[in-house]
Design a protein around this ligand. Structure first.
Ligand code: 5RP
Length: 227
């Protein structure tokens, strides 16, 4: 069993009957969704899932997980998702799989958020992983120029055939090669205030618990902010 599978399975232990569960996106969340499907089928687990991307929706419905959209539920009890980077203050970067918008919406309306990662995602300072910014296509070249002038080394995210990658909401992603993000709050505010920016991949003050897979086994960290 690889680390992604280990943390994915471990996280499902926090799911209880009748919960509304946010189902994350990515290669780690994939294993969590598979395990939820197995528990429904083999153990009679009863939950409602709220997916964070079309990919997760397709996987979850193929597994027979009952689904509702975020607008059809009053709240989400628990969201389990992957992450691209997590710093020592439990701040994170997400969006490597281009699903940051729905992921942030579902996390925002969740009572609890768990991230599942391998040790390589734990960092001292955010920024080595390119920070995704989701922008509407109209005016995106203007945003790109501003980001370039600010020295953020923007790159439009492309598909393997060289064409623009469009998100599930038909937006574009601009990845910022920040290298080091000294003040995540300040950068988050700056990006949020740009006209045409729909959302950015800084997930600040959102995660309650992080489950990390490493050579020495599983480690679960609780965010003291929420204790
Ligand atoms: C998708 C995400 C993913 O959760 C993140 O990229 C981690 O993915 P993986 O588990 O495949 O490394 O934010 O938008």
């Amino acid at each position: 069993m690889n680390f992604k599978q280990m943390v994915g399975i471990e996280a499902t232990k926090y799911i209880q009957n009748d919960m509304i569960v946010g189902l994350g996106t990515g290669s780690t969340a994939y294993y969590m969704v598979e395990e939820v499907g197995r528990k429904i089928k083999e153990e009679g687990l009863k939950i409602t899932g709220v997916t964070t991307s079309k990919a997760t929706e397709a996987q979850a419905s193929a597994l027979g997980i009952p689904l509702r959209s975020i607008d059809e539920v009053s709240h989400v009890d628990l969201t389990i998702d992957g992450a691209d980077e997590i710093d020592k203050n439990f701040q994170g970067i997400k969006g490597g799989g281009a699903a940051l918008l729905f992921e942030k919406i579902v996390a925002t309306y969740s009572k609890e958020v768990i991230w599942i990662v391998d040790q390589s995602k734990m960092v001292n300072t955010l920024g080595a992983f390119p920070l995704p910014v989701e922008v509407i296509p109209y005016g995106s070249q203007q945003i790109f120029r501003i980001l370039e002038k600010r020295g953020y080394q923007p790159q439009f995210r492309l598909k393997t055939d060289g064409s623009f990658l469009y998100t599930d909401s038909q937006n574009l992603i601009i990845d910022l090669a920040m290298e080091t993000i000294a003040n995540p709050e300040q950068l988050a505010e700056e990006l949020t205030n740009m006209v045409g920016v729909v959302e950015h991949g800084l997930f600040l003050n959102m995660v309650h618990r992080v489950i990390i897979g490493s050579d020495s086994g599983l480690v679960t960290l609780e965010n003291p902010k929420f204790l």
